[in-house]
Design a protein around this ligand. Structure first.
Ligand code: FEO
Length: 393
């Protein structure tokens, strides 16, 4: 297990999770990486650790550079266990090391590990000199937990950003230009949509706080390290954090006997007639975590559900529960679906969209049993009407 020197004296010593395909409900089809960084200076620093089962891999990489007992500081940018999961093990090998963390980090680490480690608690702007270099810390609460912070090395123009700017991808490459923007943009968007989406305001605050920093490299806690595409990912984060979506629509639906699906395709036809690109997402074939990347991108979110047992179809209900938690803002919503006798699903979906603060400029549509051609034409018209509103945005 080799470390990778990302700048002279600064090493990536993380772990690659080749097999993980489900990260607490988020499908990670490309696996994942937990990044830890070793800084060799007059003081030796380990920034973050890896998920518990990758300890040996991280230790082997560290040991190629230095005897772990010589580590002076372990910086814990984030309490969540994919980053802190091996603190206890590394501190057992480096018993004199201090643990540098935020105020909420200390509380969280004490709750997780019940250990009285030698904590150094830092606030935004605090610095620790480690020889030729300085570590400067910025608290970034809710990106992704209340305890999050980032570590900046001004002499190196490196930001060790933990969850911010991450992507779930397992790869031997460590730098963005070794993979390419398209794949990384897709994974970074999916990551943002599933992990950071609810905290756009806090992301914006963090981006503002970091905007004055001279940056050459942003090295996150997951995935590859940004250097060539750094301006592009910063621009993407600005867009995502301000809920700026494209003039396009995503239609998310499930169907029992095909009627809601027919309505979905008529809506698509109407939207396309109005010149709006449409992505179709059938909940029978796609996972909710994949669909969230489309929600991140799209201005209009159309959701279709048959009424089952006087309510929303279970797969659509699960999607909406997930969506409610991730709280996308500034969207246009539209609900539709077929029913047999009650027809409550459309109303219930509209209540959820209303709670999210979405605009619903076109009234939702429900159709009993099987839509006929005339009814489908009306659905298409509703799609066209919606398309015209989206175009004006
Ligand atoms: Fe990668 Fe919030 O942990």
């Amino acid at each position: 297990m080799e470390p990778i020197e990302i700048k002279p004296g600064i090493y990536w010593v993380g772990g690659i999770d080749w097999d993980v395909r489900n990260f607490h409900g988020y499908l990670t089809q490309r696996g994942a990486t937990y990044n830890a960084y070793l800084i060799m200076d007059e003081k030796i620093v380990l920034v973050d650790t890896v998920k518990h089962y990758l300890f040996d891999e991280m230790l082997a990489r560290i040991s190629e550079v230095v005897d772990p007992s010589k580590i002076d500081y372990v910086v814990s940018n984030h309490v969540e266990m994919d980053h802190s999961g091996n603190l206890a093990k590394i501190l057992a090998l480096a018993p004199d090391a201090k643990v540098v963390t935020s105020p909420n980090g200390e509380k969280g680490l004490r709750r997780h590990y019940k250990e009285d480690w030698d904590f150094v608690v830092v606030k935004s702007g605090d610095t620790i000199n480690i020889g030729k270099r300085t570590m400067q810390f910025f608290l970034t609460p809710m990106v992704h937990w209340p305890d999050n912070m980032v570590t900046y090395l001004p002499e190196e123009k490196i930001l060790l950003s933990n969850d911010a700017f991450g992507q779930h991808i397992a790869t031997p490459e460590r730098f963005d230009d070794e993979i390419g923007w398209d794949v990384l943009h897709e994974e970074a968007a999916k990551y943002y949509a599933n992990i950071v989406f609810p905290y756009g305001d806090q992301v914006k605050k963090a981006l503002d706080a970091l905007s004055g920093l001279d940056l050459e490299i942003v090295a996150p806690g997951h995935g590859i390290i940004w250097r060539t595409y750094l301006p592009k990912i910063l621009e993407a984060y600005q867009k995502w954090a301000t809920n700026t979506a494209e003039n396009r629509a995503v239609i998310i639906y499930d169907t029992m006997w095909g009627s809601t699906e027919k309505m979905a395709h008529s809506l698509r036809a109407g939207l396309e007639k109005a010149g709006i690109p449409v992505t179709m997402r059938n909940l029978k074939t796609l996972h909710i975590s994949d669909i969230m990347a489309d929600v991140l991108r799209s201005k209009a979110i159309l959701v279709g559900s048959p009424t089952l047992n006087n309510g929303i179809f279970p797969s659509v209900g699960a999607f909406l529960t997930y969506l409610k938690g991730l709280r996308p803002k500034n969207r246009i919503g539209f609900a539709f679906g077929s029913y047999g006798w009650g027809g409550q699903a459309v109303k219930e979906m509209e209540t959820i969209m209303n709670d999210l603060g979405w605009d619903m400029p076109v009234e939702g549509v429900k159709i009993q049993y099987i839509p006929d051609e005339g009814e489908l034409d009306k659905v298409k018209e509703a799609g066209k009407e919606l398309g015209a509103v989206i175009k004006k945005e």
